[in-house]
Design a protein around this ligand. Structure first.
Ligand SMILES: *Cc1c(COP(=O)(O)O)cnc(C)c1O
Length: 359
C-alpha cells in the first residue's frame, strides 16, 4: 500500500494533518456551529423554483462575475457597501484562500491570535505562507495594546482577526481592529462568520471600511443564515482588493446552482434569520447553566460557548458521544466547546453533561 510519504508531495506539507471535525450521525450534533434549525419550507420552495430555472441553462458557464448575487449580498450587508466591493466563494474558507493566494505566498506571513480558527494555519500552509501564532490576554480577550504590539513586532503581510473569535466566542472591539490596522502595513482581515449573533447594538467592522483600503470584512451564509450545505461565503472590501482576487480565482468558481440558491435565500433574509434570537437565548442559557454546573463558561458573542473547568475533556467528549451528543474538543486543556442548538438540543446537552459531571 502506498503511504502519503511515498509520494513526491511538497516538503512543507509532509506530516500535516487535514481539517477533520468528526462528521458522525448522532441525534444531537452541536460540534461545528451550524444553525441547527432547518430552513423554512416556504423559502425551500422558492429556492427549488430558482434552481429549476437555473438548471435549464447549465449547458453554458455561469456568470463569472455573479452580478445578481453580489447585488443581493451588498443589499443584505447594508452600511453603504456597493456590489463592486463584494466578492464571494464556495464558503468563506475559499474567500480566505483567495486572499492568501493574492496577498500571501512563499516568503510572506500571516499572523493570528491563538487560540483561533483552526483553518487559518492550514490555509496559510496550503499556499506556502508562514503562520505566526500571536497570543491573547487573560480569558482569551484581545486588547488594542496587546494586538498592536505583536503586529508591530512581527510585521506580517496579513493579519486574520476572528470577530467574535472561534473557538473562544470572544467579541473583538473596533478599537482593537483599528489599532491593528494602524500597526500594520499589510492586509487586515476581520472574519465576521458569527456577526449576526452579536448584540443588536454592536457595530460591525463594515463601519470601518471607508478610507481603509487594506481592510477586508469576511462573512458567511454557513452559520446564522442556516446555509452551510450550499457553501457560500463572501467579503466586502475596497474594489481594488476585489480586482486582486480576480487574479487568483478559478474561472467560473461559483456554479450557476450555487448562485441561484444563494440569491433566492437572500430574498428571504428575514425568514432565514428568524431563529437567531432563539439561538442567542440558548447561548445565554448555556453560559448560565454551565456556570451552575460548576464549569467556567467564557463570554460569547457567537452561537457557541467555550467552557473551562473540564478535568478530562477527552473523557467528557466520549461520555457525551455515548449519549448521542456530539460537541467539540478544540485542544485547549480543560476546555470544551458546544454550539447553541434548538431549545430541545440544548436541554439534551445540559442534562447529559449534568449526568456525567462530578457532583
Ligand atoms: C465556520 C467558520 C467560517 C465559515 O466557513 P465556511 O467556509 O463559510 O463554511 C469562517 N470562519 C470561521 C471563524 C468559522 O468558524
Amino acid at each position: 500500500m502506498t503511504a502519503l510519504d511515498d509520494l513526491p508531495i511538497r516538503d512543507d506539507l509532509r506530516g500535516q494533518r487535514p481539517y477533520g471535525a468528526p462528521q458522525a450521525l448522532v441525534p444531537v450534533a452541536l460540534n461545528v456551529n451550524e444553525n441547527t434549525h432547518p430552513i423554512p419550507e416556504v423559502v425551500a420552495h422558492d429556492i427549488v423554483a430558482s434552481l429549476a430555472s437555473a438548471v435549464l441553462t447549465v449547458n453554458r458557464y455561469p456568470d463569472r462575475e455573479f452580478t445578481e448575487l453580489r447585488e443581493a449580498l451588498a443589499v443584505y450587508l447594508g452600511h453603504g457597501v456597493t456590489p463592486e466591493q463584494m466578492w464571494a466563494g464556495n464558503g468563506s474558507n475559499e474567500v480566505l484562500q483567495h486572499i492568501l493566494q493574492a496577498f500571501g505566498g512563499p516568503g510572506r506571513s500571516l499572523l493570528g491570535f491563538t487560540p483561533t480558527y483552526s483553518m487559518y494555519p492550514l490555509l496559510a500552509a496550503g499556499v506556502g505562507t508562514r503562520w505566526i501564532p500571536a497570543t491573547r490576554d487573560a480569558e482569551f480577550e484581545l486588547s488594542p495594546e496587546t494586538a498592536a504590539r505583536q503586529v508591530a513586532e512581527a510585521d506580517p503581510d496579513l493579519v486574520f482577526l476572528c470577530s467574535p473569535n472561534n473557538p473562544t466566542g470572544t467579541p473583538l472591539s473596533l478599537e482593537t481592529i483599528t489599532a491593528v490596522y494602524e500597526a500594520s502595513r499589510g492586509m487586515v482581515i476581520v472574519d465576521e462568520a458569527y456577526a449576526e449573533f452579536a448584540p443588536d447594538d454592536e457595530a460591525s467592522a463594515l463601519t470601518l471600511l471607508e478610507g481603509r483600503p487594506r481592510l477586508i470584512v469576511s462573512r458567511t451564509m454557513s452559520k446564522a443564515f442556516a446555509f452551510a450545505g450550499v457553501r457560500l461565503g463572501y467579503l466586502a472590501a475596497d474594489p481594488a482588493v476585489v480586482d486582486a482576487l480576480r487574479l487568483v480565482r478559478l474561472p467560473y468558481h461559483l456554479s450557476a446552482l450555487t448562485q441561484a440558491a444563494a440569491t433566492a435565500a437572500l430574498r428571504h433574509a428575514d425568514e432565514m434569520l428568524a431563529m437567531v434570537d432563539d439561538i442567542r437565548t440558548q447561548r445565554d442559557r448555556l453560559v448560565v447553566e454551565l456556570g451552575r454546573l460548576g464549569y467556567d463558561p467564557k463570554r460569547s458573542g457567537s452561537n457557541f460557548v467555550l467552557f473551562g473547568g473540564v478535568a478530562d475533556p477527552h473523557a467528557a467528549f466520549e461520555a457525551l458521544f455515548a449519549r448521542g451528543i456530539l460537541i467539540r474538543d478544540v485542544g485547549i486543556p480543560n476546555h470544551l466547546r458546544v454550539t447553541a442548538g434548538t431549545e430541545a438540543e440544548t436541554t439534551s446537552f445540559l442534562e447529559a453533561l449534568a449526568a456525567i459531571s462530578p457532583a
